[in-house]
Design a protein around this ligand. Structure first.
Ligand code: A3P
Length: 292
């Protein structure tokens, strides 16, 4: 089976499933030693949790609503992906001043002192049922993954921790357990859907930026699903030209909804998944929001 990349080449590294390449070429070791700066802002997440959405919000806050720059440069260049080969760690290290960096790595694979340096880290989490549905479609969409299984097969792999960046719960809990650290903010996809103004305000306070209510409203409007979906600077439409997507499998901006899982989970799957969630959340205070 192939759940993650071209060669189905996945490795278990310190308890997490990662692309083999990341380990072979030393990236994962270099990430541990990467020098974050106090002025940097990191957006971290388990894949398909709303990373892109949060990145665009953070970008606008950090640049004091530079809509021009946001429109003229694709998000991948404005917000490089730490552990990805492009642009790569060396290139990110060369960028001057405070950077905006995206990562899907769990806290334990990032530098040990990350939360002690003043670097601001924002983690976005989303309920695992919607994450699994979104991830399933993403693996069908990406031509170099080209997943052809049924949803139930994918879900089983997800629960067996075979998919890249799993196990899901430790990933979330590592961040969640540090939620009292003043340099870490945890936000939920579902609260952003329900009350984006409040969350944008919360993020700007966390980043030490003062925004007027009108500015908050402008960011919310710009980052609404419908607007981001047609914005070529953030919607990854250039992936089509690069041959990275199966065009018959939809788009990166798929539904952006809370509770779409209900269209995918049979009663049986739901029962198994619920008990899997309970086992994993035992003795934690973490709770997810599954419906709007
Ligand atoms: P769906 O596949 O459920 O539609 P990530 O950026 O972490 O890969 O997450 C992608 C998911 O977030 C996709 O979910 C995508 O549609 C959704 N998303 C992206 N921008 C959004 C927005 N502005 N509002 C709501 N959902 C958004």
């Amino acid at each position: 089976p192939n759940y993650g990349d071209k060669a189905g080449d996945r490795f278990l590294y310190n308890g997490y499933v990662l692309h083999g390449e990341m380990i072979k070429n030393g990236t994962i070791r270099d990430v541990k030693n990467f020098e974050f700066r106090p002025q940097d802002v990191v957006v971290a997440s388990f894949p398909k949790s709303g990373t892109t959405w949060l990145e665009e919000i953070v970008f606008l806050i950090q640049t004091h609503l530079d809509f021009k720059l946001a429109a003229s440069t694709i998000l991948e260049s404005r917000f490089p992906y730490l552990e990805y080969p492009y642009p790569g760690l060396k290139s990110i290290a060369k960028q001057q001043g405070g950077r905006m960096i995206k990562t899907h790595l769990p806290l334990s694979l990032l530098p040990d002192d990350l939360l002690q340096k003043g670097t601001k880290v924002i983690y976005i989490m989303r309920n695992p049922k919607d994450v699994a549905v979104s991830y399933y479609h993403f693996f069908r969409l990406l031509s170099f993954v080209n997943y052809k299984g049924e949803f139930r097969d994918f879900l089983k792999s997800f629960m067996k921790n075979e998919v890249v960046y799993t196990p899901y719960f430790p990933h979330v809990l590592e961040y969640w357990n540090n939620r009292d650290n003043p340099n870490l903010l945890v936000v939920h996809f579902e609260e952003m859907k329900k009350d984006p103004e409040t969350v944008v305000q919360k993020i700007s306070n966390f980043l030490g930026k003062d925004l007027t209510y009108d500015e908050v409203r402008m960011i919310v409007e710009h980052t609404r699903f419908e607007n981001m979906a047609i914005n070529p600077s953030v919607n990854y439409s250039h992936w089509e030209d690069l041959g990275l997507v199966n065009k018959n499998e939809g788009k990166f901006f798929r539904k952006g909804a809370v509770g779409d899982w209900q269209n995918y989970f049979s009663e049986d799957l739901n029962r198994d998944f619920d008990s899997w969630i309970s086992q994993n959340l035992e003795n934690t205070k973490l709770a997810f929001i599954f419906a709007d």
